[in-house]
Design a binder for this molecule. Structure first.
Ligand SMILES: Cc1cc2nc3c(=O)[nH]c(=O)nc-3n(C[C@H](O)[C@H](O)[C@H](O)COP(=O)(O)OP(=O)(O)OC[C@H]3O[C@@H](n4cnc5c(N)ncnc54)[C@H](O)[C@@H]3O)c2cc1C
Length: 396
């Protein structure tokens, strides 16, 4: 069987490896438009291995995140990739947030997350001495990992099992011929495959549509910007300090995150990017903007959430405002403590009905399987997503 995997992020590389683990005689080609792997979401995120606190029990996110944590931890140990269980504290600032924390605690228990417990205000500061709130929730197994290192190790494994990695090939079209699909790409690439698996992140909708999938849902790029703590202030954060998330959005709110290289990140916010790969404000794509505005779901979403959008934009343009969001949890933090850091763009699917797609969405149509929505905790869940996709793709 000839299999094409489109996209060299953590999910595409995990899928390429998993196909070969499941069917060693398969011929697998991974196609990535950039000259390096992990160039987009996988290389621009918080690096947190989520334990599974937030997700609706029974959802794909809940199941694949829980299974993904175990697989990822073992993979990192076996391949010498950085993985540290530094633990995470969610901090409630008032009684309403404390009551929402109770709900998250129940979900975490239903999802089988080990060791989670509610914290009093005093216990919050025992674990994170510079954090302050009225209550907290501790998840001791939440970890940090080097997701780029994981992706490179997955790709090396896949190559050792026989996969061909083609970097710098952008997939531009598909032609169905009976039971095969001819994949066309830049540089005159054209090869026939029996199965195509689309893991194209920020272009998931466009590549899926080229392959005959439907337009709904569309990807909306939400940029997440980070600041970095100056080295002399890193002592303010021991592990991971998170707010209680706003239930209206799938994003977790500005948090303070230790990275495996010792940096501490503050962020990410969530601003609408003016281009799918618009890592800074000045990067704008008229085509991407036109497509977003033409999508009925986008107009519905914008009507409902424009106030939050404006507030996020203000935080993006002013370091003082940005830091103020994090200072609510760590009062000693000031704007002078941070410098501008990296940013990442979330590939978040938005339905025609104006609702953000909450769960992972993976579809299959004939010989083509498409990952249509795999935002956070997609990196955490990547090895389990790969198992799920390969089960779906190889059972007819
Ligand atoms: C700001 C931010 C913070 C996050 N924090 C976390 C976190 O802490 N923990 C966590 O688990 N998850 C987190 N995530 C989510 C996580 O990063 C993603 O779920 C995961 O990286 C998705 O992997 P992917 O392989 O699907 O996508 P990507 O890494 O985006 O890879 C898709 C690849 O497809 C390629 N591609 C696209 N179109 C084509 C084409 N036509 N031809 C060839 N190649 C193509 C792209 O170049 C890209 O390399 C975060 C994401 C962001 C943006």
């Amino acid at each position: 069987m000839r299999v094409a995997v489109i996209g060299g992020g953590i999910i595409g590389t995990a899928v390429a490896r998993q196909v070969l683990r499941s069917q060693p005689s398969a011929s697998v080609t991974l196609l990535e438009k950039e000259s390096t792997l992990a160039a987009h979401q996988t290389g621009h995120n918080s690096g947190v291995v989520h334990a599974g606190l937030y997700y609706t029990p029974g959802s794909l996110k809940a199941r694949l995140c829980r299974r993904g944590v175990g697989l990822l931890k073992a993979f990192c140990a076996a391949h010498g990739v950085a993985y540290t269980e530094c633990g995470k504290v969610l901090v409630a600032l008032d009684a309403a947030e404390a009551s929402r924390l109770g709900g998250i605690h129940e979900r975490a228990l239903a999802n089988g997350v080990p060791g989670v417990r509610m914290l009093s205000a005093g216990e919050v500061s025992e674990i994170e001495p510079h954090a302050q709130g009225v209550a907290g929730l501790h998840s001791p197994t939440t970890a940090i990992a080097d997701f780029v290192g994981v992706t490179l190790a997955l790709a090396a494994d896949a190559a050792a099992l026989g996969a061909t990695l083609r970097l710098g090939v952008e997939v531009t079209g598909f032609v169905e011929r009976g039971t095969t699909v001819i994949v066309q790409g830049s540089g005159g690439f054209a090869e026939a495959f029996d199965l195509v698996i689309v893991c194209a992140g920020l272009f998931a909708d466009r590549v899926s549509r080229l392959a005959g999938d439907e337009a709904d849902p569309m990807i909306v790029p939400f940029r997440g910007e980070y600041h970095l703590l100056r080295p002399e202030r890193r002592y303010l954060v021991r592990g991971l300090i998170y707010p209680v998330p706003d239930p209206r959005y799938p994003f977790l709110g500005v948090h303070l995150t230790l990275r495996t290289d010792g940096e501490v990140m503050v962020g990410p916010n969530a601003v609408l990017a003016l281009a799918r790969e618009g890592y800074r404000w000045r990067r704008m794509s008229p085509g991407d903007l036109r497509q977003a505005v033409a999508w009925p779901g986008f107009r519905r979403f914008a009507r409902q959430h424009w106030r939050t959008g404006v507030a996020e934009m203000a935080g993006s343009l002013s370091k003082r405002r940005f830091v103020a969001a994090a200072r609510r949890y760590v009062p000693a933090l000031t704007a002078a403590d941070v410098v501008r850091g990296p940013s990442g763009i979330r590939a978040q699917a938005l339905g025609r009905d104006g609702q953000l797609v909450d769960d992972f969405r993976i579809t299959r149509r004939g010989h083509v399987v498409c990952v249509r929505n795999a935002p956070s905790p997609g990196a955490t869940s990547s090895l389990a997503i790969a198992e799920h996709i390969v089960d779906l793709a190889l059972t007819s």
